[in-house]
Design a protein around this ligand. Structure first.
Ligand SMILES: Cc1cc2nc3c(=O)[nH]c(=O)nc-3n(C[C@H](O)[C@H](O)[C@H](O)COP(=O)(O)OP(=O)(O)OC[C@H]3O[C@@H](n4cnc5c(N)ncnc54)[C@H](O)[C@@H]3O)c2cc1C
Length: 470
């Protein structure tokens, strides 16, 4: 009977888990989770909290047999395998540069024949998709429509949920509570109240979304207060439900208009695209994909950055979104674009600042999606928003938060100020402000920047960049 480690990472589930299934088929299973102290992308605050709860659920499912360790997997795993005469290491393939290097090193140290990895993260492996000339795609639509959807073999069918027959706990590990994951701040308790952080919770969320919100998704997905998106992102990020599981379930639906179904699938396609870009252009984590942006005249201003982070910019839709992020670990996609554009184009602060804050606050903080998202918004990424596309927070509120419901929910100081006044309180007559108990500069800030002049400044800088390029 073989003895195998199943190494968990961002695949915290028992359903559609090929390493668990394969290891179980040949014998005894030793589940291991290592909090990696060497990973250059150390977890942000929100991620640690989510991870703690996700591991609690997984450990419960695996009869409390997970061996928890903290340190360098390159050192810990070969030692464990030698000490306990373990024959195999099963895991999912990683797509981040550090993870790829780590898995290569493990193959070398434990032996290629003992290392077994599977793609459990993506529908289409990035190596399989390329243009007819063999080079990688850089534009989403042909990548998805031609590269992925017309790729011969369909995404694989998900595997059944399993609990291995023989699970073994090895003693080296610590208690889950001893990993450096728990937040000492009250924030750690408050932020989880919006979520059921469990594998079952992931499936419930998918089912509820399909039942109530998928129909109408294509149009309604843009309206933050309507909750018409799936909020599956943290579950997908942490692998608590696999993307083949979601895809297969979508393919069984016969009563959803194809425009909604196809649009939702294409959003999963954007996730594939981010991972594809990360795989082919690993520098996107830190460097502009388009090097013309290397000379962009970014500003440094701690006070502006802090106002943005804390939702105190004086632009209510920006502030509402930033406060939603901090309170719930989530931000709606349209608002990620609005606050991102405000940071990089109106405040001209480097996209790294936005990337870092999102990394720290998002439950779905994901090395591929976050990096690609920020490059997209800054205009320096693949198939990015053009530099002249600067989201106007007031027009965005008028269009996507017409009655001000989202602002009222997250900026309580403005709860009594009706739309459209709550979109731009600084232009609101004093008697209306008084009636709504809004005292600008006292209980709600004046705008930290002028939209028109900051927009002109950005356009100027960007057009200078453009002329340098040509
Ligand atoms: C600046 C910026 C940073 C971002 N950072 C992240 C991040 O760290 N993690 C993350 O998962 N997403 C990120 N996104 C993408 C997107 O905003 C979220 O995936 C989406 O808002 C999650 O909400 P949902 O699950 O309700 O989405 P739905 O609309 O229900 O979409 C379903 C799934 O498709 C995927 N998806 C949707 N939109 C995108 C997109 N634009 N790019 C990639 N995948 C997408 C997600 O996995 C999502 O769960 C970022 C976008 C921007 C503009």
């Amino acid at each position: 009977m073989a003895k195998s480690i199943v190494l968990f990472h961002e695949d915290l589930r028992c359903g559609d888990h090929q390493p668990l299934t394969e290891a179980n088929a040949i014998g005894e299973v030793i589940p291991v989770y290592i909090l990696d102290s060497k990973d250059p992308n150390q977890l942000g605050g929100a991620s640690k909290i989510w991870l703690h709860h996700a591991l609690t659920d997984l450990n419960q499912q695996l009869q409390k047999k997970i061996c928890f360790l903290e340190g360098d997997p390159k050192k810990l795993l070969p030692e464990l395998m030698a000490k306990h005469q373990i024959n195999n290491l099963f895991c999912h393939e990683r797509f981040d540069p550090y993870g790829i290097a780590l898995q290569e090193a493990l193959k070398q140290s434990i032996g290629f024949e003992k290392f077994h990895s599977f793609n459990g993260t993506l529908l289409w492996h990035p190596e399989e998709i390329h243009k007819s000339d063999g080079t990688p795609y850089r534009v989403f639509t042909p990548f998805y429509r031609k590269g992925c959807l017309q790729f011969g073999p369909l995404p694989r069918q998900p595997l059944p949920h399993i609990i291995p027959d023989k699970l073994t706990l090895i003693e080296e590990g610590c208690h889950l509570d001893e990993l450096s994951l728990k937040s000492k701040l009250p924030w750690g308790k408050e932020i989880i109240q919006y979520w059921d952080i469990s594998e079952q919770g992931a499936h419930n969320r998918l089912n509820t979304f399909i039942e109530h919100k998928l129909e109408g998704y294509k149009i309604q997905r843009d309206f933050p207060s309507q909750g018409h998106t799936s909020k599956l992102s943290p579950f997908l990020k942490w692998g608590m439900i696999s993307v083949p599981t979601v895809w297969a379930q979508l393919n069984t639906l016969t009563n959803i208009p194809s425009k909604d179904l196809d649009h939702f699938k294409s959003e999963l396609g954007w996730r594939e695209f981010s991972y594809y870009l990360l795989h082919h252009f690993p520098k996107i984590i830190k460097e502009n994909l388009n090097p013309n942006f290397d000379h962009f005249p970014w500003h440094e201003d701690d006070a502006l950055l802090k106002a943005w982070q804390q939702g105190q910019t004086g632009y209510p839709i920006v502030d509402a979104a930033m406060r939603q992020l901090y309170a719930t670990g989530y931000m709606h996609n349209r608002l990620r674009m609005v606050v991102g554009s405000f940071l990089v184009k109106n405040l001209t602060l480097h996209w790294h600042h936005g990337q870092d804050w999102f990394w720290d606050c998002l439950f779905d903080a994901d090395i591929a999606n976050n990096s690609a998202g920020w490059q997209w918004i800054a205009g320096c990424g693949a198939d990015a928003a053009p530099y002249f596309r600067i989201f106007n927070p007031i027009l965005q509120s008028q269009k996507f938060d017409k009655d001000g419901a989202f602002i009222h929910q997250w900026v309580p100081e403005l709860a009594e100020l009706p739309a459209p006044h709550c979109f731009q309180p600084w232009l609101t007559p004093k008697d209306v402000l008084d009636q709504a108990n809004v005292k600008l500069g006292e209980n709600y800030p004046n705008p930290i920047i002028d939209l028109t002049s900051s927009r002109d400044r950005a356009l100027n800088a960007y057009s200078h960049l453009k002329s340098k390029k040509s």
